[in-house]
Design a binder for this molecule. Structure first.
Ligand code: GLN
Length: 235
């Protein structure tokens, strides 16, 4: 379904008219209806969360393929919580920690954990990842879909994407700011044989491979549904 059909499936009459006007004015459908589908589940979203993307489902698939038994996961820059929650929902022995700098995003993620029945296995921290909120905690898998758009590209993004929180998109001058920090500073937070799984931008394969190499990791790339590099696994 396209965005307009999705809006039509939620509203009728005057409400539909108002919703379509909002959409025409550039407000993303997910923010109008207040929820979005991801990996077959419903997620509550607000304007402080990046809208869950289907390309990000490839990240979840990769994580699921790497988990057996009671693994611990951390999801850095969790936003709506969609990655951590969809993983825990399908891996009932796993437990997780989800981190985001935005308290509104954390509120949405907590609500989503409740809706999806994983609240008892998912902890939340509202903190800036650059302040080392993981401390000395250790995880089997550290996952992140961090902001990764280059700052100079932000202006040229689609009008709808520009309605999403810029702090969820802006990856700094080269788009690599979050990966650089996470790989160098959070490798101490990986258990022995622990791995990182990242969503990356379509043009970041070489940069992430270099960063992995510099930090002693092998890097495997998986493509998204459009054939672009999208998931990086560092081990
Ligand atoms: N994939 C998103 C986009 O194309 C960006 C997500 C991110 O920066 N993590 O808009």
């Amino acid at each position: 379904m396209n965005d307009i059909d999705i809006i039509k499936s939620y509203y009728s009459g005057d409400e539909l008219k108002i919703a379509l006007e909002k959409y025409e004015s550039g407000i993303p459908a997910a923010y109008i209806i207040g929820e979005w589908e991801f990996f077959g589940d419903r997620y509550y979203v607000n304007e402080d969360c990046l809208i869950p993307r289907c390309d990000t489902e490839r990240v979840v698939e990769k994580v699921l393929s790497c988990i057996n038994g009671s693994k611990t996961i951390a999801d850095i820059c969790t936003g709506s919580g969609c990655i951590a929650i969809s993983v825990l929902k399908r891996k009932t022995e796993a437990v997780g920690l989800a981190i985001d700098i935005s308290s509104n995003a954390i509120e949405a993620a907590k609500k989503n954990a409740e809706i999806n029945n994983v609240s008892d296995r998912l902890e939340f921290i509202c903190a800036d990842i650059f302040s080392d909120p993981l401390g000395d905690k250790k995880f089997d898998i550290i996952i992140s879909n961090p902001p990764y758009i280059r700052t100079d590209v932000l202006d040229s993004l689609d009008e709808y994407v520009k309605k999403e929180p810029v702090i969820a998109l802006d990856g700094g001058d080269d788009g690599m700011m979050f990966y650089n920090y996470i790989v160098t500073n959070c490798k101490k937070n990986l258990k022995q044989n622990g791995i990182f799984i990242f969503e990356i931008g379509y043009d970041q394969e070489d940069s992430i491979k270099l960063l992995a190499k510099q930090n002693g990791f092998d890097c495997e790339i998986t493509k998204d549904y459009s054939g672009n590099p999208r998931v990086a696994l560092l081990k």
